[in-house]
Design a protein around this ligand. Structure first.
Ligand SMILES: O=c1ccn([C@@H]2O[C@H](COP(=O)(O)OP(=O)(O)O[C@H]3O[C@H](CO)[C@@H](O)[C@H](O)[C@H]3O)[C@@H](O)[C@H]2O)c(=O)[nH]1
Length: 323
């Protein structure tokens, strides 16, 4: 097998590239470097600088490198930006996937892993979200991920491609400091950023119907998430029967904003009390995965806990932002 990882120089993609390389898989990376960093790639992994919207490039890459499977992560991923720029999100996320699937079908590639998101579910009022929980995305980002899943399954059926869609919950942590997330768009780096500026962490609402009133999420270590991609790739390699599989990638354990901020205080040594602010529009009170299907179908279960996530993320933060 030769696996093409699109978006493989990004935060999650580079972890996937490392996990697959460490496991002995042959990989190459396509990345437009809009957010990716070449230095994140393991030694010896070829990097093609380009976009999944470039049909000619995709065709050449698949042929020249003898690609036999694709792990597609390249996408835009910021919810607020998707609300402000919906056409860009549809063009890049759905358009890029369309172009890529056409190249995959033309090259006769039979294995495809798609990076989806818990954002496809919207705000369901359930204790544990299973893969059968209705998908009602509440922003254009989530819509493009749901439309992407439909497209992946339909193209799989039409062209005999075996597909896996991985619905990531809240990703955090780093396998090594140099692989850490450098963006400040999610709670962990947002709280680190506040502490670095000598400001108190902020809690967006403590009047939710949850045990401590703050929102509950399912945080997953990026190294565990990377191993889930490897498990998906291995399953597709072993089972050549065309079919589709959609799985949640989470720990199945809820952690509240307040609990998370407490762990950040312990890890960083900065335990100043958080400020409670107004709710952030669009936030669901609770989003926790049922992790059962991933265990059954991929033989994969997360191994790393919240403390390890926060500890590794903090080491990465100090490396990139000083401290
Ligand atoms: O300074 C902060 C930052 C965040 N929050 C809260 O922390 C929780 C988590 O927020 P965030 O890290 O922004 O993640 P989500 O809003 O849950 O969304 C993430 O997780 C989704 C999947 O579950 C993905 O679709 C999104 O792309 C990804 O940003 C939310 O309740 C926020 O209100 C705070 O209270 N204070």
């Amino acid at each position: 097998m030769t696996w093409l990882i699109t978006g493989g120089a990004g935060y999650i993609g580079a972890h996937v590239a490392r996990a697959m390389t460490d496991a002995g898989e042959r990989v190459l990376v396509l990345d437009d470097l809009s957010a990716g960093v070449p230095a994140r790639l393991p030694a010896g992994v070829p990097l093609v600088h380009g976009s999944s919207l470039d049909a000619g490039l995709l065709k050449r890459v698949c042929a020249e490198h003898g690609v036999t499977g694709v792990v597609h992560l390249a996408a835009r991923k910021q919810v607020a930006e998707s609300v402000a720029q919906p056409t860009r999100y549809y063009r890049e996320n759905v358009g890029g996937l369309t172009t890529l699937l056409e190249a995959v079908a033309e090259a006769g590639i039979k294995r495809f892993v798609f990076s989806s998101s818990a954002a496809v579910y919207g705000n369901p009022d359930v204790d544990l979200i299973t893969e059968d929980t209705p998908c009602v995305p509440v922003n254009p980002y989530g819509e493009t991920k749901l439309a992407g899943e439909w497209l992946v399954r339909a193209a799989g059926r039409a062209h005999g491609i075996s597909t896996v869609c991985l619905r990531y919950f809240n990703v955090a942590g780093a396998a090594a400091p140099e692989l850490a997330d450098t963006g400040v768009f999610n709670i962990v780096p947002m709280v680190f950023d506040r502490l670095t500026r000598d400001e108190a962490p902020r809690i967006f609402g403590d009047d939710y119907p949850t045990p401590d009133g703050t929102c509950v999420r399912d945080y997953i270590h990026v190294a565990d998430l990377a191993e889930a991609h490897l498990a998906a790739a291995r399953r597709l390699t072993e089972d050549i029967t065309p079919g589709d599989l959609t799985v949640n990638i989470g720990r199945g354990e809820g952690v509240s904003v307040r609990e998370l901020i407490t762990v950040i205080g312990e890890v960083s040594g900065d335990r100043r009390p958080a400020l409670v602010e107004a709710r952030r529009p669009g936030d669901a009170p609770r989003a926790v995965a049922s992790a059962a299907r991933a265990a059954e179908q991929l033989g994969w279960t997360a191994r790393r806990g919240v403390r390890e996530m926060i500890g590794s993320a903090w080491q990465g933060w100090l490396r990139h932002h000083g401290g």
